[in-house]
Design a protein around this ligand. Structure first.
Ligand code: NAD
Length: 438
């Protein structure tokens, strides 16, 4: 057994003891830790940017925007509102219980395990940590072994900046995660795929530990006949090819209504060239595929349709060009699983009814997007489909709004976080009834 495996029970015990002694509960500790986390991100920005480049070829600006600044904004928003979020909430009492007082009090849960994935390896470990600490909990972080440079930067800097009695980092892969999951936690927050999500939930059941599962899936985009092709294409390219398509809420495929595909195809080709140039492999704005296993998986999907733009690959460089495929059949390999890479298939559907039917016949997505000028079509989409989130006219960016809940439904996950929703996820909402004795 490795040293890490042997140490895991003691690490969790140490945090639990600190929690029991009340170390993590004072508001001053919570605020102090959030401030220290922010200092870590700003003072070590260069090291994190370099780690993200090493793991994912992530462009520096994108690394700052989608990982470092993202978590800083979450911290700032939390610090600004924390007092009001934690204030006891009055609850109306029935007449039969008056006089008296009902309140809802938020109390910390205990020790939280946060298991992160490789695609936003910093953000997806630290953004849940913000809510965990703000709610007064201790935390174990398990970053993804598939982004090893970022995982090791987290393991190096977190103990330097944060209270080691309250936060620990455990590096490792399946054996270490399995050993962690044998421990008793008070909440497990897992981001990744649904197969492992089931393993996490099964392990959690042994201890009756509540879980948040932030999973993925195929997030569809409906493009209506009245949508401006240039605006639609520009926004699709900006969001689909971010992090080379390796984003959980990336537009997965387009359902082009009526004759929309004929206008959208050239607009998408133009938007790709406008953003990344004629040779995207030279673009400083474009990342790489995380490893050769995912490169090979994605490479096999490129034959699923007619190439509108892109299609070039370089296995040594783990490069796949931003690619749009047209005339894609619903049965094509690219439609069989979440793409999680820079390939955007377009499927033609006759009308909005067919688009809605296509979506509701499949798993509930993490996000559903639509480009339409029609308010009645928007209302129909909201009423007739279910998804973690909906974005009209703009994919992905809903997750940057700290006052919106972020999470999935059905196969795309359970639970929600960001801002106040994180406080509720990482707190117990305790009901208090206070009846005067006289
Ligand atoms: P991954 O392979 O890095 O796995 C995630 C974590 O699970 C890692 O820490 C890993 O060590 C652990 N793990 C892997 N196998 C395990 C096992 N057998 N037992 C215990 N732990 C194990 O990441 P991934 O799953 O490839 O991530 C991609 C998926 O995550 C996609 O489906 C994507 O859509 C989803 N995702 C969702 C969100 C969201 O916020 N909802 C964000 C990012 C990614």
């Amino acid at each position: 057994m490795t040293d890490v495996l042997l140490e895991i029970p003691a690490v969790v015990d140490r945090l639990r003891a600190a929690f029991r002694f009340g170390r993590t509960k004072p508001l001053s500790w919570r605020r102090g830790q959030l401030g220290a986390l922010r200092a870590m991100l700003t003072e070590q920005e260069g090291a994190f940017v370099e780690a993200l480049r090493a793991d994912l070829g992530k462009p520096a600006d994108e690394a700052r925007r989608t990982e470092i600044d993202f978590v800083c904004r979450e911290i700032d928003h939390t610090l600004e509102h924390l007092d009001s979020w934690l204030a006891p909430e009055d609850a109306e009492l029935p007449a039969t219980l008056r006089p008296g007082r009902g309140t809802v009090v938020r109390e910390p849960l205990g020790v939280v395990l946060i298991i992160g994935p490789w695609n936003y390896p910093l953000q997806l470990v630290l953004a849940p940590l913000v809510g965990t600490l703000a709610a007064g909990n201790a935390a174990v972080l398990k970053p993804s072994e598939l982004a090893p440079a970022t995982a090791s930067a987290i393991a190096r800097f977190v103990p330097q900046y944060l209270d080691q009695e309250g936060v620990a980092v455990v590096e490792g892969a399946i054996p270490e995660t399995t050993a962690l999951l044998e421990q008793h936690f008070d909440h497990i927050f897992y981001t990744g795929n649904g197969v492992v999500g089931r393993i996490v939930m099964t392990a959690a059941a042994k201890h009756l530990t509540p879980v948040s599962l932030e999973l993925g899936g195929k997030s569809p985009v409906i493009v209506d006949t009245d949508a401006d092709p240039a605006v639609t294409a520009e926004r699709l390219v900006d969001t689909k090819f971010l992090n080379a398509g390796q984003t959980c809420v990336a537009p997965d495929y387009v359902l082009a209504v009526g004759d929309a595909a004929a206008r959208l195809e050239p607009a998408l080709a133009a938007a790709v060239r406008a953003k990344f140039g004629d040779e995207p492999s030279d673009s400083p704005l474009y990342g790489r595929i995380v490893n050769h296993r995912h490169f090979d998986r994605l490479n096999n999907l490129l034959a699923s349709g007619r190439v509108v733009v892109g299609g070039q690959t370089d296995r040594d460089a783990k490069y796949i060009a931003p690619t749009v495929l047209a005339d894609v059949s619903p049965d094509a390999p690219v439609m069989s699983e979440e793409i999680f890479g820079p390939i955007l298939p377009i499927i033609a559907v006759p009308d909005v009814d067919a688009a809605i039917g296509f979506i509701t016949a499949r798993d509930k997505p993490l996000a559903l997007y639509a480009f339409t000028e029609s308010e009645s079509t928007k209302a129909r989409i909201l009423a007739e489909t279910s998804s973690g989130a909906v974005g009209f006219g703009l994919p992905v960016l809903h997750l940057t709004v700290p006052s919106l809940p972020f999470g999935g439904v059905g196969e795309s996950g359970m639970g929600r976080y960001h801002g106040k929703y994180s406080i509720d996820t990482f707190s117990h909402l305790k009901a208090v009834l206070d009846k005067p004795l006289a």
